[in-house]
Design a protein around this ligand. Sequence first.
Ligand code: GAR
Length: 212
Amino acid sequence: MSELVLGVLVSGSGTNLQALLDAVKAGRLSAKIGVVVSNVATAKGLDRARAAGVPAVVVDHKAFADRAAFDAAVVEVLRAHGATCVVLAGFMRLVTPVLLDAFPHRVVNIHPALLPAFPGVHGPAQALAYGVRVAGCTVHLVDAGMDTGPILAQATVPVLDDDDEASLAARILEKEHELLPQVVQWIAEGRVEVAPGGEGKRPRVRVRIERR
Ligand code: GAR
């Protein structure tokens, strides 16, 4: 199987990108991070990429007329760096079919909530406001909706009585850092299969791993 080449999209701090970089370095993730792209020139994730010797490219969404034109520019950068799989790691833009069709079933997102609950922004705050007792994160394939694509894996954390948004988000983020590299490794190992769901049904995802 040819090596998985990741294009990682970030908008902010990039701790999930760091988890991927660390996993590659430690030999827990058999993939190459080919490029990191950000729509925000000051994103700390870009510095993390540069520090690891990974090309870091800014594509400023404000320079484009619409989301599709922005995505076309991002696809060009991803292709130029040989990406075969795209990871949205704290990428705060909705993506369009321009990106999704360029990497069919190979755009992965990490979300800080147990989808389908609490999509969109501020997942931990939404979970806290609702009063759930268990929160967590979801890694899923991206489709044209907002956080609606087929779920690959989820991890849970307890919600504690004295949690605020920051403490809960930090507990979830720790789990994200474990889950995301793990799921990308499954993809690298060819363990993730996606079958069309048929008339009006969601696609079915099978992850061929031994679950304990
Ligand atoms: C992470 O918690 C990620 O799940 C979330 O943004 C944070 C980025 O942190 N993403 C979303 O909310 C997407 N809807 P990071 O930049 O340190 O990886």
